[in-house]
Ligand binder design. Structure first.
Ligand SMILES: Nc1ncnc2c1ncn2[C@@H]1O[C@H](COP(=O)(O)OP(=O)(O)OP(=O)(O)O)[C@@H](O)[C@H]1O
Ligand SMILES: [Mg+2]
Length: 307
């Protein structure tokens, strides 16, 4: 029995409570899909990360911090959502540039990877401005771009980061034609192979508004988290971002860099950090819901990720 099959069985057993002696149908399907492709993600190149405190990867460098705690809440909330609907590929995006998508995606993936026997892939879907290899203290690596331009191979395009126990697929070298590459159909095939081998895939993407890339990712993902940054995101931009994404698979909004620093009762106030489902967030784009950006009772407070 392959290691992949054993891992899938363990994962399925953990999720469903089915004893390991029985063959869970979902695990069998995953096995067939993955082994038909011959993908063994256990063979990926292993790398050691070198992360400074300034990186703001608090889920790795400051696990006891408030920021890390909030990412744990986000992970818990996602696992809760997954009890009611299939969510594996989670897209992290935002309306405009520099709202904290990459940091949120990386911290969320690090948090999810802390669970025993969960195979988590952090996938860098921003082919134009890759930053994640640098965040982990790694040199430039080949990844998504090269996999889409040639033959995908787990051992060439995916890396296993040993200390966080996280699989990482970097964007690779920025291609000349990112959108064309993504729309070639090879991305869909790639995502199918990845989905067969991982429990979670967290996708860091470009912003929604200026580019069409993110709508391609959104179609491939099971759910979308929209990051908004306090002091930067205008209400209208958030609303336009929600509208551009459509409401079909919007899981919620993550408010980055919240200035509310009253920690005294944060367990009460900072409950789950995914800000509700699409309806609670004004995903239908109407004004009253969109205006909930500052209403704490509707916008579940967010991870604070400043270190
Ligand atoms: N909560 C925060 N506190 C302080 N600095 C932050 C915070 N969130 C993000 N930053 C900083 O803002 C910059 C942009 O962050 P990040 O790269 O995560 O954003 P992004 O939305 O992915 O940007 P882009 O649109 O360029 O991909 C980085 O320098 C990051 O360190
Ligand atoms: Mg980014």
């Amino acid at each position: 029995m392959s290691r992949l099959f054993e891992a899938l069985q363990r994962s399925e057993s953990e999720r469903s409570g089915t004893p390991l002696t029985q063959s869970p149908p979902v695990a069998t399907q995953l096995l067939q899909a993955a082994e038909a492709q011959g993908d063994d993600f256990g063979q990926c190149q292993r790398l050691q990360v070198s992360v400074s405190a300034e990186s703001r990867l608090v889920s790795l460098t400051a696990k006891e911090s408030l920021g890390a705690e909030k990412f744990r809440f986000l992970g818990v909330r996602l696992r809760q959502l997954r009890q009611n609907r299939p969510i594996k590929k989670v897209l992290v995006t935002s309306s405009i540039a520099e709202e904290g998508k990459s940091l949120t995606a990386a911290n969320l993936a690090l948090t999810l990877a802390r669970r025993q026997q969960q195979r988590v892939l952090l996938l860098e879907g921003d082919l134009r401005r890759p930053v994640l290899a640098g965040q982990f203290g790694l040199s430039k690596l080949v990844g998504v771009s090269e996999a889409l331009q040639g033959e995908f191979s787990p051992t060439r395009h995916i890396y296993y980061l040993e200390d966080p126990k996280l699989w990482f697929m970097p964007a690779g070298h920025p291609p000349e034609n990112p959108l064309e590459l993504m729309q070639s159909g090879r991305l869909t095939e790639l995502m199918g192979r990845l989905a067969a081998g991982f429990d979670w895939i967290v996708i860091d993407s470009p912003p929604v508004l200026p580019l069409a890339d993110t709508t391609v990712w959104a179609r491939l993902a099971d759910g979308v988290l929209l990051v908004a940054r306090e002091g930067k995101t205008e209400r209208q931009e958030l609303k336009r971002g929600v509208e551009a994404l459509g409401q079909t698979n919007l899981l919620g909004v993550v408010l980055n860099s919240c200035s509310d620093t009253d920690h005294s009762n944060y367990y009460q106030r900072y409950g789950p950090h995914v800000a509700g489902d699409a309806h609670g967030l004004g995903a239908n784009g109407n004004n009253s819901n969109a205006s909930s950006l500052s209403a704490e009772d509707r916008m579940t407070p967010p991870p604070k990720i400043q270190a």
